[in-house]
Design a protein around this ligand. Structure first.
Ligand code: AMP
Length: 370
């Protein structure tokens, strides 16, 4: 990027002339092993302010940990566009409904840190002019919710950010407090880290729409950047929750991506009307469901389709016909139900097949170039 500064990781034995060329900003930052870990707000604020005074740029990647290649690809993108990448790792209670899987959400702090260190070494050795992972923010819940304890009930007592009607649609219809929790925690993180850019995955496309709207409506001084969905070889979108699937539900769970791709093929073949685009997706999901139902409880992996949607890319409202100048979003959600009866030695995944797993996915139908 034009005008981008190199990250200030200065080897102790760097040739002296070169060190002088790096100007006084070099002395502001220690040669510590990257990244630094912050649990509290004031030290991170101070660190961020020093970066600002040195004309460095910060890209923030908010996560709930249990990192996988989807997160890492966002971090690489952030490192390509900023001198400093901040990662937040915080499992935010207010986005989980009272009946949802907050306690069972995977927490893998040590391996997450190891992944980040390895990725940072990769960034350091890269010949491109890239940024580095310089801060990991891992706050406690009392730090993030200093007033009232976090409340996940629908009436919800406390300070919240609500983005409606977007947050009531699709994922929000099934998870009524979800986007309120996401918008609230992101507002907090953005205020703490004051990032130049924030990075979100297309995997959670409605979340990206909510965040863009929040940034616009509250005049937040950050740029929202969206990274593509990282997938398994067969197309399954990577997700921290996939560890719960086990082999049987993993094999059937691809149904959602297959269904969306069938709908996408209709659009690419020139279809524009909702019914024409969506019917093969619904038919595919119905057929796979029938196939599974016909099997016995020791073989099958049953699921419920929550929605298969064709929506406007900004409002996420359902549309009857795709406007070629805007394109559209095909998205869906299914719930893989718990395994009914296991087989001897079967790979049931974390949780022994007892945890229902919600899978979401989407495909953007690109506008036609005029
Ligand atoms: P999470 O830890 O699930 O809250 O996700 C943190 C960020 O990573 C969000 O912006 C997600 O959209 C993004 N993300 C999750 N899965 C993927 C994926 N498979 N590909 C790209 N980004 C992803």
């Amino acid at each position: 990027m034009a005008g981008k500064l190199r990250p200030l990781r200065i080897p102790v034995n760097t040739f002296p002339t070169f060190r002088r060329q790096l100007s006084t900003t070099a002395t502001r930052f220690s040669i510590s092993s990257s990244p630094q870990i912050f649990h509290d707000v004031p030290p991170l604020r101070k660190y961020r302010r020093d970066l600002l005074l040195s004309n460095r740029t910060v890209g923030l990647v908010p996560t709930m940990g249990a990192l996988h290649e989807g997160h890492l690809s966002l971090i690489r993108q952030a490192a390509a566009e900023n001198t400093d990448v901040f990662i937040s790792i915080y499992v935010n209670p207010t986005q989980f409904g009272l009946n949802e899987d907050l306690t069972s959400y995977p927490k893998t702090w040590e391996s997450d840190l190891q992944l980040l260190r390895t990725l940072d070494e990769e960034l350091a050795s890269s010949s491109d002019n890239k940024g580095r992972i310089t801060a990991v923010f891992a706050p406690s819940t009392t730090t993030m919710y200093p007033g009232y304890p976090p409340d996940s009930s629908i009436p919800g007592t406390g300070s919240f950010v609500t983005i409606t009607p977007l947050s009531r649609l699709l994922e929000g219809a099934s998870r009524p407090v979800f986007f309120r929790g996401v918008a609230t925690v992101c507002m907090k993180l953005f205020n703490i880290a004051t990032p130049d850019r924030v990075y979100f995955g297309q995997k959670d496309i409605q979340q990206t729409a909510v965040i863009k709207r929040m940034v616009q409506d509250f005049h937040l001084g950050t740029e929202v950047r969206i990274g593509p969905t990282a997938r398994e070889a067969d197309g399954l979108a990577l997700s921290s929750r996939n560890v719960y699937l086990g082999a049987r539900r993993r094999a059937v769970g691809i149904v959602l991506n297959q269904a969306l791709r069938k709908a996408e093929a209709q659009y690419l073949a020139g279809k524009r009307k909702r019914a024409d685009i969506l019917w093969p997706a619904n038919e595919h999901a119905d057929n796979v469901l029938l196939e599974q139902d016909a099997l016995g409880p020791r073989q099958r992996a049953r699921f419920e389709v929550d929605y298969i949607s064709l929506a406007d890319p900004e409002t996420m409202e359902e549309i009857e016909e795709v406007d070629e100048t805007k394109g559209a979003v095909l998205s869906g959600a299914i719930k893989m139900l718990p395994i009914e009866e296991s087989q001897e030695g079967e790979d049931l995944g974390v949780g022994g097949g007892r945890i229902a797993v919600r899978l979401i996915d989407n495909i953007v139908l690109e506008p036609l170039k005029v």
